[in-house]
Design a protein around this ligand. Structure first.
Ligand code: BDR
Ligand code: CA
Length: 309
């Protein structure tokens, strides 16, 4: 079992990532930390608790609140994509039983990594604020964590908030910069180059059968799918965050290359853009594994099998 801490801004696709991690049977989820992003910290935390209640594991997995805003910038919510509540209205009337535990997400990450040196995988599916705060407070974290896998950025294609920036990078580029340069020995970028290749179609939902899970996935992704259709002309939605979780479970799903990547923080037009030095023009050591391709069929085989179980 892989020991993981999942950091989320729950979010339609974060919620599906949580489900994949919890139901896979391959992750020992030490805790789920929350961060401001798609929705406020309060909503992200409540949504996380709701998902654990839905999965009936609220008693087993601690939820810990983290940063309520980016390091330097204003919040930038995505209600148009994730709905007012952040889950596309799917669990709007559900009473939440699980409550977050005391503590602060960056401290929880540090504590878990110290407790299990060399064993913890951090999976980040929101802005990188909590991790930036953790490494700033405890720089040895980079040597004691097993690996970090984050959903964010894009190296060959266009962005999804601005022409050049992916959402998680755009919201807190200063945090991303700290993480990119912190010196992690295993940092993996699961960016839009690969997440746009794992598109959830209506047929996938049908594969889930006539179950509460299928009903949840259908409702939660309905508006999210419409927004994807508006921009891309395809009636489907990208499973960005579940892919980051899947990569933690099955690294072979993706093809990666070790490259140097930096993030823009001082530009009028390009803040949050991840700049990848494919030709080593900056002559810097690679600082991360960049996912460049994915076996989408194998991902969906795993995703549907796990959610159906
Ligand atoms: C990322 O931004 C959020 O909207 C999603 O939850 C995902 O983490 C995709 O750019
Ligand atoms: Ca997210």
């Amino acid at each position: 079992m892989k020991k993981i801490v999942l950091d989320v801004d729950t979010g339609v696709d974060d919620a599906l990532g949580i489900m994949l991690a919890v139901k896979s049977g391959q992750c020992d989820v030490l805790g789920i930390t929350t961060v401001n992003g798609n929705v406020s910290l309060d909503k992200a935390t409540e949504n996380t608790c709701k998902i654990l209640d839905f999965l009936q594991v609220g008693q087993e997995i601690p939820v810990i609140r983290g940063a309520s805003r980016p390091l330097l910038r204003h919040v930038y919510f995505e209600h148009r994509i994730h709905g007012e509540d952040g889950l596309g209205g799917a669990l709007r009337d559900m009473q939440v039983l699980t409550k977050p535990q005391e503590g602060f997400a960056p401290d929880f990450m540090i504590e878990q990594v110290k407790k299990h040196p060399g064993e913890v995988t951090l999976i980040m599916t929101g802005p990188l604020t909590n991790l930036a705060l953790a490494v700033s407070k405890y720089p040895e974290l980079v040597h004691q964590v097993k690996e970090v896998i984050f959903m964010g950025g894009v190296v060959k294609e266009h962005g999804n908030v601005t022409p050049t920036a992916e959402y998680n990078m755009y919201v807190d580029p200063e945090a991303a910069k700290i993480v990119f340069h912190a010196g992690f020995s295993s940092l993996t970028m699961v960016g839009l180059d690969v997440t746009r290749k794992v598109l959830l179609h209506e047929s996938h939902i049908q594969d889930l059968g006539d179950t509460p899970m299928a009903a949840y996935v259908k409702k939660s992704t309905s508006e999210y799918t419409e927004r994807y259709f508006e921009r891309n002309g395809v009636r489907a939605c990208a499973l960005h965050d579940p892919l980051a979780v899947a990569v933690a479970i099955s690294p072979d799903l993706v093809t990666t290359q070790k490259l140097y990547v930096d993030v823009e923080t001082k530009s009028e037009l390009c803040d949050g853009q991840t700049v990848c030095d494919f030709q080593n023009r900056l002559m810097k050591e690679p600082n991360m594994n960049v996912c460049l391709d994915v076996d989408a069929q194998a991902f969906f085989d795993q995703f549907i099998r796990v959610l159906k179980a």
